[in-house]
Design a protein around this ligand. Structure first.
Ligand code: MCN
Ligand code: CUM
Length: 806
C-alpha cells in the first residue's frame, strides 16, 4: 500500500527542477583544483609539439633549415608543409568553405602563422628546438587595412586563389575580395532614404578583439595503431563536428575516431574552429605511434586563433521629423584576415548580422556585407557573438543614438517610439527573420524606472552647466541599449555547418533504482550544463536533479549534436532534453496505469508520480515505475526506460534585454568609472536564475573589456601590438563594477519549455551600453561618433578634440 503523498509543492521543491537556484554541481571539482582539462592529461610515452611561427605578416619562404633542431637531443620530428603535402594535409578546409594553410606553403600571410611543427620529448625541448629552426623569409608588401586591400594595386594575398573569381559564397570581384552578401530591398531602401525628412549617416567601427579564454586551445592526439583507433582529447566546442571533419580530411573511418572534450576552461567561440595544431598533432601521432600533446601559450592564442569582430559598418537611417524610423541601409566591410575561417552556418557568410534592424519596426531595409582578406589572423566569429549579432546590435544601437542627435530627441523616447509592438509578434523583419516573440515596452519601462532615468537626465544637465562654469571636470554619461538577440541555430532547413544540419540531441537512460544518466550533443565550457540540463529533466520526469548525471563531450557515447556556441544549447539541446523527458514520461504513464490496473487515460501526472484520477491515495512514483520497467514490464512492451530525441527547432529564439550604464568620465585624464550598471534580460522561461545571473555578470564584464580598452591592434606592417596580457586588457576585480540584474519573462512559443538562450546576451547588450555611455557624456559638447575601444587615451582625445581642455 502506498502512503499519502507529501504536499505537491514540497515534492516539487525537492526535485530542484525548472526555476530552482540549484548550486552548480561542477563547482565541487573546479573549486578544489580537481578539474580535468586537456593539459592535465598525461599519457604514457606522450610527446609535445610546438610551432615555429612567422615573425612577418606577409613574406615568401625561401628555405627552412631544421637540421640543428633535429640534432637536438630529445627532438623526435620536425614537420613542414613539404611533409604534409604528400598526405594532402598541408591545407585544410575552414568552416566557411575557404581553405587554410596548416603549415606555411611557400609563403606566410599573417604574423604568428604556423610555419613548422616540432615534436619533442618535453615541452621545453620543443621550445628550444623551435629557436634552432632557420627560416629564410623574403618580405612582401603588407596590407592590414581592408579598404586598402581592395585597391587595384593592392598586393595579392591569396595566390592559391589566383584568377579564381568564384568563392564559397558567390562571385569575387577583386583578388582580396571573399564574398558579397546582400539582404533586403535595395531599391526600396534607396527610395525611402532619398525622400526622408531626416537621414543620419555614420561609419560605425567595431574593432578587432579576442575571446582570450583562460585556458588556451590544445589537444592530445593518440593513434592506437593496433586497433586503428584515433582518440583526440581537445578543447572542442563541437566534438562531433570535429570527428566528422577529421574523418573527411584524414580518410580514417568515422567510427575509428573518438573525440573527447574534457573540462574546458572557457571557450567563448575561440574553440569552435579547426586549428593547424590539431592536424599537426594527429599527423605527428600517426607518424610517431605515440600520443602527441599540443597546448598554446598565451601569445600563440592571442596572435593566431579565432579573433572577434573587425567590422566596418557604414549606416544610413531615415526617419520622419517626429522620429518614426522609415528605413535602414547598411554596408559592412568585414576584415576576415588571411583565410575565411568564420564559424558561421554555411548559408550565412556574415552570420546573423541581418538582425541589424534590432528591436525596431523598420519597414524597409537593405544590407550588404563584403568580406575581405588582409594580412591578419583568421577567425571573426567568436566571443559571445551569436554569429555577428553583437556587431549588429552595436550598429543599430549606435545608429539610434546618432539619429536621436540629428532629431534633437531623447534616445530613450526614440527607442520606445519605434519598438516592435507586442501584438506584432511573430514579427517578420525587413531583412528576413521571423521574431518568435517579444514584449519590449514593459521591459524598457522597468529599466528606465529602475535607474531613475528622468532624474539622471536632470542631473546630467546640471552637470553640464557646472562643467561649463568650471566647477567640475567630471562628465556624466547615460548609456542606453535595447537589444534583440537571435539564438538557437537552428532550423535544419536554413542552418547547417558544412552540410551538417544544426539539430541537437539528448539520450536518457533511467536506472532501475530511479536515478538516471542523460547524454547530450552539446559541451559545456563553463556554462553549467551538468546543473541546468538535469533541472529540465527533473521537471519533465519527476526524478530529482541530484539523481541525474549529465554527460557531454565524448563522441563514443554522446548522441550526435552540433555542439555549444551561438547560445544554442538551451534552445536546441535543451528542447531535445525536454522532448526526451516527455518520451520517458509517456512510457512511464503506460507502466503506471498497467500496475494500477486502470486505463492509461485514468492516471494523471503529479510532480513525480502518476495518480489515479479521483483517487489520490492510489499512485505510482517515478522510482517505482523505473524499477517495474526492469521487471514487470507490460507484456509486449520492451523492458527498460530509455529515450532519445533529436530536435530540429522550428525557429530560432529571440531573447531581448534592456541595459543601462551610468558612467562618470574625467575630461582631463580620460579615466572613467561605472556608477551603475543595470541589466534586464528576458530569456523566456528561466531554468536556473543563479546561472543566468552568472552568465550576465561574466558577459557584461567581457563587454566592459571590449568597449573600454581591449583590442587586437596591428601596426602598418602587420605586427600584433597587443599579443600579451601586458597590452591586452583583461578586467580584474578592480575594474569590474557592481551589476544590478533584472528580468522579464516572455516564453518562446515554440520551445517545449519556453526557454531562450542567454549566454551571449550580456555581451550583445553590454558593449553598446558602455559605448553609448561614453558617447552620451560628450553629446552635450557635440560628439556624434567615436570608435571603440574607449581607453583612457582615446577618451582624453575626444575631450581634447571637442576643445574641452581649454
Ligand atoms: N540558461 C537558463 N535559462 C535560460 C537560458 C539559459 O538557466 N532560459 C542556462 C543554461 O541552462 C546554461 C547557461 O544558462 O547553463 C547558458 O545557456 P545558453 O544560453 O543556452 O548558452 P550555451 O549553453 O549554448 O552556451 C554558449 C554561450 C556562448 S555561445 C558563449 S560564446 C559563452 C557563453 O555561453 N561562452 C562561455 N557563456 C560562457 N560562460 C562560460 N563560463 N564560459 C564560456 O566559454
Ligand atoms: Cu560567437 S562565440 Mo559563442 O557562439 O561560442
Amino acid at each position: 500500500m502506498n502512503e499519502m503523498s507529501p504536499p505537491t509543492a514540497e515534492r516539487a521543491a525537492a526535485l530542484k527542477g525548472l526555476g530552482s537556484e540549484r548550486k552548480r554541481v561542477e563547482d565541487a571539482r573546479f573549486t578544489q583544483g580537481k578539474g580535468n582539462y586537456v593539459d592535465d592529461l598525461k599519457l604514457p610515452g606522450m610527446l609535445f609539439g610546438d610551432f615555429v611561427r612567422s615573425p612577418y605578416a606577409h613574406a615568401r619562404i625561401k628555405s627552412i633549415d631544421a637540421e640543428a633542431a633535429k640534432a637536438l637531443p630529445g627532438v623526435v620530428a620536425v614537420l613542414t608543409a613539404e611533409d604534409l603535402a604528400p598526405l594532402g594535409l598541408h591545407w585544410m578546409p575552414t568552416l566557411a568553405g575557404d581553405k587554410q594553410m596548416v603549415l606555411a606553403d611557400g609563403k606566410v600571410l599573417f604574423q604568428g602563422q604556423e610555419v613548422a611543427f616540432v615534436v619533442a620529448e618535453d615541452r621545453y625541448i620543443a621550445a628550444d628546438a623551435v629557436e634552432l629552426i632557420e627560416v629564410d623569409y623574403e618580405e612582401l608588401p603588407v596590407v592590414t587595412d581592408p579598404f586598402k586591400a581592395q585597391a587595384d594595386d593592392a598586393p595579392v594575398l591569396r595566390e592559391d586563389l589566383d584568377g579564381n573569381m568564384e568563392g564559397a559564397h558567390g562571385p569575387r570581384r577583386h583578388h582580396n575580395h571573399i564574398f558579397t552578401w546582400e539582404q533586403g530591398d535595395k531599391e526600396a531602401t534607396d527610395t525611402v532614404i532619398g525622400s526622408a525628412d531626416v537621414v543620419a549617416e555614420e561609419m560605425i567601427y567595431y574593432h578587432r578583439t579576442h575571446p582570450c579564454p583562460l585556458e588556451t586551445c590544445g589537444c592530445v592526439a593518440s593513434m592506437d595503431k593496433v586497433n586503428g583507433k584515433l582518440t583526440v582529447h581537445g578543447t572542442f566546442q563541437a566534438p562531433h563536428a570535429v570527428r566528422t571533419v577529421a574523418s573527411l580530411i584524414s580518410g580514417i573511418a568515422e567510427h575509428n575516431i573518438r573525440i573527447i572534450s574534457p573540462d574546458i576552461g572557457g571557450g567563448f567561440g575561440n574553440k569552435v574552429g579547426v586549428y593547424p595544431g590539431y592536424i599537426c598533432s594527429i599527423v605527428a601521432s600517426i607518424v610517431t605511434g605515440v600520443p602527441v600533446k599540443w597546448v598554446e601559450d598565451r601569445m600563440d592564442n592571442l596572435m593566431a586563433t579565432a579573433f572577434a569582430r573587425d567590422y566596418w559598418m557604414q549606416g544610413k537611417i531615415a526617419a520622419t521629423k517626429d522620429g518614426k524610423i522609415t528605413g535602414l541601409w547598411c554596408h559592412v566591410t568585414a576584415d576576415h584576415g588571411a583565410f575565411d575561417a568564420c564559424a558561421d552556418p554555411t548559408k550565412f557568410p556574415a552570420g546573423f548580422f541581418n538582425i541589424c534592424t534590432g528591436s525596431y519596426d523598420i519597414p524597409t531595409a537593405y544590407l550588404a556585407v563584403d568580406g575581405v582578406y588582409t594580412n591578419k589572423a583568421p577567425g571573426g566569429v567568436a566571443y559571445r557573438c551569436s554569429f555577428r549579432v553583437t556587431e549588429a546590435a552595436y550598429f543599430i544601437e549606435r545608429m539610434i543614438e546618432v539619429l536621436a542627435i540629428k532629431l534633437g530627441m531623447d534616445a530613450a523616447e526614440l527607442r520606445a517610439k519605434n519598438f516592435i509592438k507586442a501584438d506584432q509578434f511573430p514579427y517578420r523583419s525587413a531583412l528576413g527573420w521571423e521574431y518568435d516573440s517579444g514584449n519590449y515596452q514593459p521591459a524598457w519601462d522597468k529599466a528606465l524606472k529602475a535607474v531613475g532615468y528622468d532624474d539622471l537626465r536632470k542631473e546630467q544637465a546640471e552637470r553640464v552647466e557646472a562643467f561649463k562654469r568650471g566647477e567640475t571636470r567630471k562628465l556624466l554619461g547615460i548609456g542606453l541599449t535595447f537589444f534583440t538577440e537571435i539564438v538557437g541555430a537552428g532550423p535544419v532547413k536554413n542552418c547547417d555547418i558544412l552540410g551538417l544540419g544544426m539539430f541537437d540531441s539528448c539520450e536518457i537512460r533511467i536506472h532501475p533504482t530511479g536515478s538516471a544518466i542523460a547524454r547530450l550533443g552539446t559541451i559545456s565550457q563553463g556554462q553549467g550544463h551538468a546543473t541546468t540540463f538535469a533541472q529540465i529533466l527533473a521537471s519533465e520526469t519527476g526524478i530529482p536533479a541530484d539523481d541525474i548525471t549529465i554527460e557531454e563531450g565524448d563522441t563514443d557515447t554522446a548522441p550526435y549534436g552540433l555542439g555549444t556556441y551561438g547560445s544554442r544549447s538551451t534552445p536546441v539541446a535543451g528542447a531535445a532534453t525536454a522532448m526526451a523527458g516527455r518520451k520517458i514520461r509517456a512510457k512511464a504513464q503506460m507502466i503506471a496505469a498497467y500496475l494500477l490496473e486502470v486505463h492509461d487515460d485514468d492516471v494523471e501526472w503529479d510532480v513525480d508520480r502518476f495518480v489515479v484520477k479521483g483517487a489520490p491515495e492510489r499512485f505510482k512514483t517515478m522510482k517505482e515505475i523505473a524499477f517495474a520497467s526492469y521487471n514487470q514490464a507490460i507484456p509486449g512492451v520492451e523492458p527498460g526506460l530509455e529515450a532519445v530525441s533529436y530536435y530540429d527547432p522550428p525557429n530560432m529564439t529571440y531573447p531581448f534585454g534592456a541595459y543601462i550604464c551610468v558612467m562618470e568620465i574625467d575630461a582631463d585624464t580620460g579615466e572613467w568609472s561605472i556608477r551603475q550598471f543595470y541589466a534586464l534580460d528576458d530569456c523566456g522561461t528561466r531554468i536556473n536564475p543563479m546561472i543566468i545571473e552568472g552568465q550576465v555578470h561574466g558577459g557584461v564584464t567581457e563587454a566592459l573589456a571590449i568597449a573600454m580598452g581591449q583590442e587586437i591592434a596591428y601596426d602598418e606592417i602587420g605586427n600584433v601590438k597587443t599579443g600579451t596580457l601586458m597590452d591586452f586588457f583583461i578586467p580584474t576585480a578592480w575594474e569590474t563594477p557592481h551589476y544590478t540584474t533584472d528580468h522579464t519573462v516572455t516564453p518562446s512559443p515554440h520551445h517545449p519549455i519556453g526557454a531562450k538562450g542567454v549566454g551571449e546576451s550580456p555581451n550583445v547588450g553590454g558593449v553598446p551600453a558602455f559605448s553609448n555611455a561614453v558617447h552620451d557624456a560628450f553629446r552635450p559638447f557635440g560628439l556624434v561618433q567615436a570608435h571603440m575601444p574607449h581607453d583612457h587615451w582615446r577618451i582624453w582625445k575626444i575631450a581634447h578634440d571637442l576643445g574641452l581642455h581649454g
